[in-house]
Ligand binder design. Structure first.
Ligand code: HT7
Ligand code: ZN
Length: 867
């Protein structure tokens, strides 16, 4: 397969200002009549019109109403090339497509009897021949014709124009979207859907109809998403001055969907998992996730739709910026410090390993084989960090001015990340030329620090040195422009002024490989608080002495840094314990840590959500990442033992907190934090091994008022196989077997359980009547959970899970290449394991690559993983 390179970009030779589409919908075969107004770009050297197309049957092709003779066009393996067209003309293309056969869930397909589309990134070419690239913007008119009984609801982008009856029990609807858009934002939905409606009045006083379409039996699970939508619309007006622009905004929930949701103009299509929720069926974390995805997709209306990407190398322009915007939104709705901690955890647990492995790529990649493989943690999460650093460097008000300029200047255009940075430069007067390197350089920079204190001069010296390990295709790394927020603490716990105008916090700008910063009027050796708020996506190498960490756990006032001190402390202990496990030594807990941990539990001043975050130990995968060779057994043992010892030592305090946080209702930050703490205490109590705790968890399960409590009990019990957990799992299955989204929790929990017979259990789960390889949510619940969150099971030393997954990924590849490729990411870290496990994973990758019919999606992941 051939790669696409950023350096090969050329602007489109033809514009398509207007598109009219007519769909004659039938599941087996749908006819699509596309009328394209095409105009050659004056002076463009390319004269041929290149249209992409996949899995299409061409029925007819005409120019200005005259059929085109076959000498003027050529069907290629990628589409259709038309020669000698008039400079400007109307092109009619009639194609036939087969929605029912479309199991890849890209283009037009059927989910639970409803027609729906997914066009990002390159799905529109599976609907009709088209210059399916994001820099071709068109105004769309769409007519949909379908059987009225089976498909009473007919939706597309923009505003509704007309609807009416046709012969033979059919009807039609006509939609017009006045905003020029790229084809990846096209959407169509047709089905028997129920509607939850509301209205929103914009800041300028326009009334917008809001509609959420779901299957009728899910109508009672819509109100939360609708509230989230209204909150998002108001917040974007207030925080970013962005108002909604059409008369109607629609969300449709579908069961079969490759990702979380899609921001099609005026018609967002969502994975039902990311919309439907009631306290009985969804946990607090589900609610938070739903609110942030609704917000994310809505925010794309400006960051992505009104201003879109010139090409797919600029994907982070819309995704990084929109993740940043949704993070800010959630921070405003909840507790900003907690949100920041969670975002950093996500980045470190998922993006850092990506950037340290064979899949590492810059925020603006240089090349790709299959664009669907580039919807990565780097594009989304590191991209958001890059935007956040810009905000830190410019300050909130200049940053906002820069964004206003960006939206004004580029409204209706397809632009680049350079255009984005230029707008920020122009609005702020700052030179960001060095900062731009963040877009092109892959890898996580490492910061090393050296401190010095000059008593006689009352000066504190801080030397920062940066370096970045080499990544595939990038051996030489340049210094980056890194904002490093710092504060200095006196032994009393007071902060020492350290910035301009005696500010107690300052942001240092590291622009060279090494720099020394001098702080004057410092009269005692200070305790350094570095990278406050996680001001840059870097790794800090420091000595992290236990006394300093304990001090910061007590005195830090930056939520992230306080949490970080606790995590560092725990990490040091766990890493030492991994070595102890490997050498058959006893695991002895440093009393300074248990004291700091106990003090935290008793600290009535701390917000419960922050206490819960600090009590959560670094994940097994993060721990493994810190080792030169991942030792799954030792890591698991060390972490379980620390939970056990903390559970035992703090048993009575945890019982007290558990009891105090019982029966908390509401959805404010305090209630959410208290419920989280309640469940976490139960987990620690169970980890202690005391039999009383199991009884408590069983009671917790049977009296759970909602899904948050139910899952709290199951998670607390899952660590140990036994009668109690099996009883609860059996009960859960009976109760929820007819609700696939709830049953996914049951699938996923068991696939993650660190029990000895994991692989057989996964195989059993796949035989469950509720499981299907065709549904991405089921695949993620069972196989995604097993491969990504059950290191003991997936990396079992016999290698059976590797061989099993290789065959399964190939089976899935024939159904849905995007999902198969994602799943194959489980082998990308093979170099980090011991020789036996390396060998097993290499064999699995070789097996995948040996399959002659392997898709481009899967080929790219497997071949790059193998290196
Ligand atoms: N922009 C959307 C990305 C997306 C997607 C990409 C590839 C294949 C299927 C997909 N479904 C949605 C979602 C977002 O980031 O907002
Ligand atoms: Zn997005």
């Amino acid at each position: 397969p051939k790669s696409t390179h950023l350096t090969d970009y050329t602007s489109p030779a033809w514009r398509v200002p207007k598109v009219s589409l007519c769909f004659e919908l039938e599941p087996e075969e749908t006819r699509v009549t596309a009328m394209l107004c095409v105009e050659h770009v004056d002076g463009h050297p390319q004269r041929d019109l290149v249209l992409f197309g996949e899995e299409l049957v061409l029925e007819s092709l005409s120019q200005n109403g005259e059929p085109l003779d076959s000498q003027y066009y050529e069907l290629t393996k990628d589409g259709l090339v038309i020669r000698d067209l008039d400079e400007s003309c109307e092109l009619e293309i009639v194609t036939r497509i087969h929605p029912k056969r479309n199991t890849a869930l890209s283009g037009l397909y059927i989910s639970e009897g409803h027609f729906c589309t997914q066009c990002e990134a390159e799905g529109f070419r599976r609907i009709t021949y088209f210059p399916d690239r994001p820099d071709v913007l068109s105004v769309y008119d769409v007519r949909i014709e379908a059987d009225e009984k089976r498909y009473p609801v007919l939706l597309s982008n923009g505003n509704p124009v007309a609807q009416g009856e046709l012969d033979n029990g059919r009807h039609f609807a006509h939609w017009h979207d006045p905003f020029p858009k790229p084809s990846y934002l096209f959407a169509l939905v047709a089905g028997d859907l129920a509607c939850h409606s509301d209205q929103f009045v914009t800041a300028s006083g326009r009334t917008v109809d809001l509609r959420l379409y779901v299957q009728a039996h899910n109508l009672d699970q819509c109100s939360f998403a609708m509230q989230a939508l209204k909150k998002s619309m108001r917040w974007d007006e207030q925080a970013f001055g962005r108002e909604y622009d059409l008369d109607i905004f629609m969300i449709v929930a579908v069961d079969d969907f490759n990702m979380g949701a899609m921001e099609n103009k005026g018609l967002n299509i969502f994975n039902s998992k990311c919309v439907l929720a009631s306290p009985q069926t969804a946990t607090d974390d589900d609610f938070i996730m739903i609110e942030s995805i609704i917000a994310h997709e809505y925010f794309h209306n400006w960051s992505g739709n009104r201003v879109t990407c010139r090409d797919w190398f600029q994907l982070s322009l819309k995704e990084g910026l929109t993740v940043f915007r949704d993070q800010e939104f959630t921070a405003d709705q909840t507790l900003p410090g907690v949100k920041r901690i969670q975002d950093v955890q996500r980045l470190r647990n998922l993006q850092f390993p990506e950037d340290a492995g064979p899949m590492s790529h810059p925020v603006r990649p240089q090349s790709y084989l299959e664009i669907n493989n580039f919807y990565t943690m780097t594009i989304y999460e590191k991209g958001a960090e890059v935007v956040r650093m810009l905000q830190t460097l410019l300050g909130a008000s200049l940053f906002r001015r820069g964004l206003d300029l960006y939206f004004d200047r580029h409204d209706g255009q397809a632009v680049t990340t350079d255009d984005f940075v230029k707008a920020l430069e122009d609005a702020s007067g700052r030179d960001l030329s060095l900062f731009r390197r963040w877009y092109d350089q892959a890898g996580t920079p490492v910061l090393e620090i050296q401190e010095g204190f000059d008593d006689s001069a009352s000066e504190y010296h801080l030397s920062l040195r940066q370096h970045c390990p080499s990544t595939p295709g990038q051996d030489v790394k340049m210094p980056l422009h890194i904002p490093v927020s710092v504060a200095l603490f006196a032994a009393s716990g007071e902060k020492i002024p350290c910035g301009a105008d005696a500010a107690i916090e300052t942001t240092l700008e590291l622009t060279e490989q090494q720099q020394t910063f001098v702080f004057k009027d410092v009269h005692e050796p200070p305790v350094l608080s570095l990278l406050r708020g996680f001001s840059a996506p870097v790794i800090v190498r420091d000595q992290h002495r236990p006394e300093t960490l304990a001090f910061l756990m007590q005195h830090e006032d930056d939520a992230f840094s306080r949490w970080e001190a606790g995590q560092r402390f725990a990490l040091n202990i766990l890493l030492a314990w991994v070595a102890d496990c490997q050498n058959d030594r006893q695991l002895l807990l440093d009393p300074r840590f248990s004291q700091a941990f106990a003090a935290l539990l008793k600290d009535a001043q701390s917000h419960p959500a922050l206490v819960a975050e600090t009590m959560t130990l670094p994940s097994e995968s993060y721990l493994g990442d810190q080792l030169s060779t991942i030792d799954v057994e030792a890591v698991h043992m060390a972490r379980c033992t620390l939970m056990q010892q903390l559970g035992q030592q703090c048993f009575s305090t945890m019982v007290e907190i558990y009891e105090k946080t019982q029966g908390i209702a509401g959805f404010d930050a305090l209630a959410l934090g208290q419920r989280r703490l309640h469940n976490l205490c139960l987990t620690y109590l169970c980890a202690s091994g005391e039999s009383e705790a199991q009884d408590r968890a069983l009671q917790h399960y049977h009296h759970a008022p909602d899904m948050t409590h139910t899952m709290g009990a199951l998670r607390a019990l899952i660590a140990q196989p036994g009668e109690v957990i099996h009883q609860c799992l059996g009960d859960f299955e009976q109760r929820w077997k007819d609700q696939p989204l709830v049953l996914d929790k049951w699938f996923s929990l068991q696939a993650m359980a660190p029990w000895p017979d994991s692989l057989e259990r996964v195989q059993d789960l796949m035989r469950h009547p509720g499981f299907s390889l065709r549904n991405p949510n089921r695949v993620r619940a069972v196989l995604g959970s097993f491969t990504m969150a059950n290191p003991l099971g997936f990396h079992a030393i016999d290698g059976q899970a590797y061989a099993f997954m290789a065959e399964l990924i190939l089976e899935l590849d024939a159904i849905n290449p995007q999902i198969a490729a994602r799943l194959a990411g489980c082998f990308s870290r093979w170099r980090r394991f011991d020789a036996v496990r390396q060998n097993g994973q290499q064999q699995a990758l070789q097996r995948i690559l040996a399959q002659p019919s392997v898709s481009r999606d899967l080929y790219e992941i497997a071949s790059r993983s193998l290196g």
